[in-house]
Design a protein around this ligand. Sequence first.
Ligand SMILES: NC(=O)c1ccc[n+]([C@@H]2O[C@H](COP(=O)([O-])OP(=O)(O)OC[C@H]3O[C@@H](n4cnc5c(N)ncnc54)[C@H](OP(=O)(O)O)[C@@H]3O)[C@@H](O)[C@H]2O)c1
Length: 246
Amino acid sequence: MRELFLTGATGRLGRTVQRVFTDQWNIHPCSLSRGEDLTVQDPVDVTPGETDFVLNCAALSSRGGCISNPVTAFKLNTLWPQKLAIFCRETNRRLLHMSTDLVYAGGIPPYTETSPAVPRSLYGWTKLLGDIAVQKSNPNACIVRTSILVGAAGAKMTTFSEDILSGSATHFHVDCFRNHTDISALAQFLSECLYSSRSGLILAAAPYAMSRAAYAYSLLQRDINLIPAPGDIPHDLTLKPSEVIG
Ligand SMILES: NC(=O)c1ccc[n+]([C@@H]2O[C@H](COP(=O)([O-])OP(=O)(O)OC[C@H]3O[C@@H](n4cnc5c(N)ncnc54)[C@H](OP(=O)(O)O)[C@@H]3O)[C@@H](O)[C@H]2O)c1
């Protein structure tokens, strides 16, 4: 049995991981609503002793949430991953840390592992600094960078496809391109990646990008409301992933 410490266990990806990982994994979940606040606790205090694998899905994951709570965003998205990476190196635990395409500016696609990252949001900056800290503190760790996640997650925050199908998303950007990535297929890849000896940055996402409007139309198959994306968000985040998901 592989013992996994899973942070962000109640989030979209955390819930999916718990559903998708096989029973070869014994998952030790951690989240804010369970009483574990990673902005104030140290890895040594929250990581169960028997775990030798760690998957860091905890994040302040919305642009608005980061703007309203910048200190929390920095502590959770940047400082916590750094502390966790050092702890995992010192205790010989295998660490996978989740990253986002929003670290890129959206101007010179397609993005690969060697593309320069210059975020356009506080969320993107806190995540990028976390990624860099993990890479520097623990060269054996993996940083898995993905795009917008879609599919049924059943978490407090919803995925883009859940928003489309529930009708809570009603207007769709025609000029905002992402690699809409199936959340269950990504979780399956994470399980394989955890058990591998891979290290460093991995772009793992759906093979091709499409506009958010095109993705919404592919799900609904009916006329939809098209709008331009606001100027302050990255427009073309097309990834050329080395790990094709789905
Ligand atoms: N969703 C996407 O489309 C997407 C795209 C690209 C990359 N990613 C990355 O994938 C990872 C997972 O994202 P997600 O969408 O699953 O996030 P999410 O749905 O927003 O879930 C965030 C998780 O972090 C936990 N958390 C928040 N504040 C905390 C704190 N102070 N202490 C401890 N735990 C805390 C939450 O716990 P509670 O529920 O208990 O509050 C929840 O379990 C993140 O690194 C994100 O950047 C996501």
